[in-house]
Design a protein around this ligand. Structure first.
Ligand code: G3H
Length: 541
């Protein structure tokens, strides 16, 4: 394909005067600032303009919109956050880690109410910063508030279970024990741009609830939406318990990760106890390498994925095609859980590709505030070129774009491409696209699909479409390689009560309402050989 430009798409960008008043952003309200040691500080140092690629037309040109400014913290500023966190943690004996769990819950509930009160403000910024449609932006905030409240309920259940006395015997000896859960220490949270509020709060809040102290790096896209929460964090938690670091991750993250303290023998040990990171494998590796004592670092990682969606000959093709468009192209394909390679049985290949293409062609492109819009601007400056390179590579090796104008774009908006006959040797066969492309490969025998999965570095999820009799063996085999198999359903993280984890290079650890609480804490037993002794020693004066 030679000419990718689409003048009709460029005309979707409004002239500034036509941006509806209710979605406009007041730039003066989003100056550079950050949160450290219990204070929201205005920033006078170097700042970055935060510009939206939900752009406007200025004469014949399309140009970005200024939304606000992001402080560019230095390594020294990041070290201030570390020092504040260390004071708050105080080797696990600071005010927050020592606080009774009910008081921590009360603080988190106040925080949830503060986030809820700012739902529309946060959603408006999300819409501009990452191009997420209004209803999905709002859902991201309401889902996060619900997540916080449900996490509190899970903590109450967990506590009730921990308070019960365990009994065991070893030989003739009886043992009675009670479990307590203790925080791990200083948690560094780094959230991705596709869920900059939700995946920020789903790590920060469980970490706080369990008594940890947190330093959070705000994502490059979605930073202003996070900074709306600065006052709520300051007002709901003690000094130094939460710090928010805007700025260049390559500057501030190594400064935090490389921090050390001396142990009793004078040996340096890393100060960061937990890394909660959602993003790319490369960035995760670089961050972990900066830690001076990796053995002491707990990690919870959500990384890349190439989730296959397998469509068997007896599948309901209409249902599968609808789900593939929803799962593969929701938020323009920028979800780690998206279906990233469709594997269609040769006998249904053409029919499925046609059904997917028809549905993709029906998606409406537009600005994220327009109701019903399914294709919106992409936040990353290089995204269109990256997508075109993937499509060009596949087409040059024999694949074809099957839908109308698939892959054509303007500035930051792109019509999704349904790329058929993707094969070994094409980048789309093995690379995560994380964007608006639906690659479709044909197979004759499920063994070909399994062979692909065996050699895939990724292992997050798979979806299988077909009747039980023909699909069950494949579903069972997939469970050897991935963390979740979706039967006649899309790949997804939710419901949030289900454990969200991954195999291989797709991630490490489990997030979900309950598992996150376990991930950010450690169990400690107090045991005695007599029940009465245990009760006496554990009763509060
Ligand atoms: O980008 C990765 C997200 O964890 C996907 O979450 O399935 O809820 O959209 P989701």
């Amino acid at each position: 394909m030679s000419d990718w430009n689409d003048d009709a798409l460029a005309m979707l960008f409004p002239v500034a005067a036509d941006v509806p008043a209710k979605v406009r952003v007041d730039v003066s309200k989003h100056g550079p600032r950050w949160l450290v040691d219990g204070e929201v500080l205005p920033w006078t140092g170097q700042a970055r303009e935060v510009r939206s690629r939900v752009a406007v037309r200025l004469g014949p040109a399309v140009t970005t919109m200024l939304l606000g400014h992001e402080a560019q913290l230095t390594a020294d500023d990041a070290k201030l956050a570390v020092a504040a966190a260390e004071r708050a943690w105080k080797h696990g004996e600071g005010e927050w880690p020592s606080l009774h769990v009910e008081s921590r819950i009360a603080a988190v509930e106040r925080f949830a109410a503060a986030v809820e009160a700012k739902t529309d403000e946060i959603a408006t910024l999300l819409m501009w910063e990452i191009g997420k449609a209004w209803s999905s932006s709002r859902d991201e905030v309401t889902r996060s508030v619900e997540y916080i409240r449900n996490t509190v309920k899970e903590l109450q259940h967990l506590r009730a279970a921990d308070l019960s006395v365990q009994h065991g015997s070893a030989g003739s000896k009886q043992h009675y024990a009670r479990t307590h859960r203790r925080p791990l220490g200083l948690v560094l949270c780094v959230a991705p741009f596709n869920y900059p509020v939700n995946e920020f709060l789903t790590t920060v809040i469980p970490a706080l609830l369990m008594g940890n102290v947190v330093i959070a790096k705000t994502p490059r896209f979605g930073v202003l939406a996070n900074l709306v929460l600065l006052e709520a964090f300051r007002d709901c938690f003690p000094k130094g318990v939460v710090s928010l670091m805007p700025g260049d991750g390559r500057v501030v993250i190594p400064a935090v990760m490389s921090s050390t303290e001396l142990d009793v023998a004078g040996n340096p040990s890393g100060v960061v106890d937990v890394l909660a990171f959602i993003g790319s494998e490369g960035a995760a590796n670089a961050i972990m390498r900066a830690h001076p004592t990796p053995i002491t670092l707990h990690k919870i990682l959500g990384l890349g994925a190439k989730n296959p969606c397998v469509v068997l000959p007896d599948a309901d093709l209409d249902a599968a095609a609808t789900a593939i468009v929803k799962g593969g192209l929701g938020f323009n394909g920028q979800r780690c859980t998206a279906e990233k390679l469709v594997y269609a049985h040769r006998t249904v290949f053409d029919a499925l590709v046609t059904k997917i293409s028809t549905r993709v062609d029906a998606l409406e492109a537009g600005m994220p505030w327009q109701p019903g819009v399914g294709i919106t601007p992409l936040p990353e400056e290089t995204k269109l070129d990256a997508m075109r390179a993937l499509i060009d590579d596949a087409v040059s090796k024999g694949a074809s774009v099957r839908n109308t104008n698939g892959g054509r774009g303007a500035f930051s908006i792109m019509r999704p491409a349904v790329v058929a006959e993707v094969k070994q040797g094409m980048r789309l066969f093995h690379e995560e696209q994380f964007g608006p492309i639906v690659p479709v490969a044909a197979f004759d025998d499920v063994e070909q699909v399994l062979e692909w999965q065996r050699h895939s570095p990724f292992g997050q999820q798979a979806s299988v479409w077909g009747q039980a009799a023909s699909a069950r063996a494949l579903v069972r085999k997939f469970t050897r390689f991935v963390a979740r198999v979706n039967v006649n359903d899309v790949c997804q993280r939710g419901p949030d009560s289900f454990g969200f984890s991954a195999a291989d290079k797709s991630g490490f650890g489990t997030l979900s309402l309950k598992e996150a609480l376990l991930s950010f804490s450690r169990p400690v037993l107090v045991q005695a050989q007599e029940r009465a002794v245990l009760d006496a020693f554990l009763s509060r004066p």
